[in-house]
Write a protein that binds this ligand. Structure first.
Ligand SMILES: Cc1cc2nc3c(=O)[nH]c(=O)nc-3n(C[C@H](O)[C@H](O)[C@H](O)COP(=O)(O)OP(=O)(O)OC[C@H]3O[C@@H](n4cnc5c(N)ncnc54)[C@H](O)[C@@H]3O)c2cc1C
Length: 190
């Protein structure tokens, strides 16, 4: 009879005990389903293409480092934006407000008829107006990530306003349900 494995004195529980099965058969459908369980905000990442703005909806965006100030965005190699960011080595990130779902759809390729996105220009970079925050960054490093590239940007400009974000979870949009003012900052964990 085998003794059950232990980590740090605690018996290791079979994976079904997590409340769900953890399959070793990692295909596209399962990958999308599981990764979609990570709730995010929604951004539009912009870069210049021959001097004109090009935008792409992205939720694979994250804080990178506080000192120095870095952020990271993951862009599919097949996306047009990938070529523009690779060439210009700069990007801007507009974090969308709850009422900007149409912009998320539009910049994901589901064109909204009659809609002309409005940009504000910051250090020569286009940031969408009426988002909840904006960032301008210079690419300082890249990392190959399969069919995507991670673009690490050093932040040169950033700012935010007090408004509710657009959320994305399980391939659906959502909103933050809170009666607390956005400016009431919670505990700082990092
Ligand atoms: C919620 C969500 C999150 C996503 N996250 C990511 C992610 O993290 N990484 C990733 O690689 N993909 C992500 N995608 C997919 C990505 O947004 C699409 O594949 C997108 O179409 C790829 O853009 P593209 O650069 O190839 O350009 P296109 O598909 O050619 O452009 C996107 C759309 O934006 C319009 N557009 C661009 N610039 C302008 C402008 N200046 N004025 C007016 N319209 C303009 C284009 O006409 C087109 O309709 C996400 C999609 C969604 C819905």
């Amino acid at each position: 009879m085998h003794a059950s494995p232990r980590i740090g004195g605690e018996p290791v529980r079979p994976c079904g005990d997590a409340g769900f099965d953890l399959s070793a058969d990692v295909g596209a459908a399962l990958y999308r389903r599981v990764m979609g369980r990570f709730a995010t905000g929604v951004t539009v990442v912009t870069a210049l293409a021959d001097g004109a703005p090009h935008g792409m909806t992205a939720n694979a965006f994250m804080a990178g480092s506080l000192e120095p100030p870095l952020c990271v965005v993951s862009i599919r190699k097949a996306a047009r934006l990938h070529g523009y960011v690779s060439a210009s080595r700069r990007y801007a990130v507009s974090i969308l407000a709850e009422e900007q779902r149409h912009l998320s759809d539009h910049f994901a390729g589901r064109r909204v008829a009659g809609m002309t996105p409005e940009f504000a220009w910051v250090d020569g970079m286009p940031v969408l107006v009426r988002g909840i925050a904006g960032i301008v960054a210079d690419v300082v490093d890249t990392s190959d990530c399969g069919d995507h590239t991670l673009f690490i940007g050093r932040i040169s400009r950033m700012g935010a306003r007090s408004a509710s974000p657009l959320l994305f979870f399980a391939a659906r949009y959502g909103r933050v349900e809170t009666s607390e003012p956005i400016e009431r900052v919670g505990p700082m964990f990092w």
